[in-house]
Design a protein around this ligand. Structure first.
Ligand SMILES: [Zn+2]
Ligand SMILES: [Zn+2]
Length: 263
C-alpha cells in the first residue's frame, strides 16, 4: 500500500481542527514522516500506524511549526523500547537546531536501551538524491523561504511521484522540480488580499498556487499549510484558486488525520 497521511494540515497557528503541517508517507510497510509537529507519537496511534515502522524523518526546515514535535517523538519511541535506528534528514541550518533540541534532553545518550539516531545532512543541491531504498526514493531541492527549506519528491516503486513544496515562495526552480508529478501537494498560506504578507514571509498565495498547479497539471493537486485562523476560510481560498485564478484540475484541501492512497 502506498499512502500519504495528513498528520497536520495547518500553517503556523493551529486550530481545533488543524495542527501544524506534517505528513506520513507509507510504502511497503516503511514509514517516513515529513516534518514533525504537535504530538506526533499520538498522531501515529490515532491513524493506526505502528511507530516501530517509522524509519525516516525529513525535516524540511527549522521553523517551529515543522520541527517542534521531534524531541517528544524521540522520547516516546525510547520509552516504547525502540531498538532500530531512526534516520533524520535535514539541511545544515535545520540540523544544527535538531542537534540542540535532541541534546537539550540528552535524547542521543540514554543510559539504557539507547537506539541509534542517524543524522543525515542534506547538502541543498537541486534534485538531490536523499533516500534510495526499495520502498521509495526521496529527492529534494532547495526552495525560497525565510530560512533554508527544501521541497521533496517521492518516487514510489510503481513509478508514481508525489511532489511536496513545504514552505516556499514561487520559484522557477520549484516549478521545474514539480513538473511531471502525479500528485502535487503545495502549501498555500495566504489568500489574495494577503499578497504583501506572502512576499515578506516567502509563502504561496492562491494566485501563485494556481499558477504552478496549472503549469504542472498533476493528476491530483492538494493544498495544505493554510490556517483559517490566520487567513481566509478554506472555501474562500478554494474559490480564489478555481474561479478567480482559473485552476481547472482535480484539487482538494485534506483534513487532519485523513489519508490518500497513491494509485
Ligand atoms: Zn510552516
Ligand atoms: Zn516556514
Amino acid at each position: 500500500m502506498q499512502r500519504i497521511f495528513f498528520l497536520g494540515t495547518g500553517a503556523a497557528l493551529p486550530s481545533i481542527s488543524q495542527d501544524n503541517s506534517s505528513l506520513l508517507v507509507e510504502s511497503n510497510d516503511v514509514l517516513m514522516m515529513i516534518d514533525c509537529s504537535g504530538s506526533p507519537f499520538r498522531k501515529l496511534l490515532r491513524i493506526g500506524a505502528d511507530p516501530a515502522k517509522l524509519k525516516h524523518i525529513l525535516i524540511t526546515h527549522h521553523h517551529i511549526d515543522h520541527i517542534s514535535g521531534l524531541p517528544s517523538l524521540v522520547e516516546c519511541l525510547w520509552i516504547k523500547g525502540r531498538t532500530e535506528p531512526l534516520h533524520i534528514y535535514a539541511l545544515p541550518a535545520a540540523m544544527r537546531v535538531i542537534e540542540v533540541l535532541l541534546d537539550l534532553w540528552d535524547l542521543r545518550s540514554r543510559p539504557i536501551k539507547e537506539f541509534p539516531i542517524v543524522l543525515h545532512t542534506i547538502e541543498g543541491n537541486q534534485d538531490e538524491l536523499v533516500i534510495e531504498e526499495p520502498a521509495f526514493t526521496l529527492r529534494t531541492t532547495p526552495t525560497l523561504h525565510a530560512v533554508p527549506s527544501v521541497a521533496s519528491r517521492i518516487i514510489f516503486p510503481d513509478g508514481q511521484t508525489l511532489v511536496y513544496s513545504s514552505d516556499t515562495a514561487s520559484t522557477p526552480v520549484f516549478l521545474e522540480f514539480a513538473r511531471g508529478a502525479d500528485y502535487l501537494m503545495m502549501e498555500c498560506t495566504f489568500c489574495d488580499e494577503e499578497t504583501e504578507l506572502a512576499g515578506i514571509t516567502f509563502h504561496l498565495t492562491s494566485a501563485t498556487f494556481s499558477e504552478i498547479a496549472s503549469q504542472v497539471q498533476a493528476r491530483h493537486t492538494l493544498l495544505i499549510h493554510h490556517s483559517e485562523q490566520m487567513s481566509c476560510s478554506h472555501a474562500d481560498l478554494a474559490r480564489e484558486i478555481t474561479e478567480t485564478h482559473g485552476f481547472k484540475g482535480k484539487f482538494s484541501i485534506p483534513k487532519d488525520l485523513e489519508s490518500i492512497v497513491i494509485e
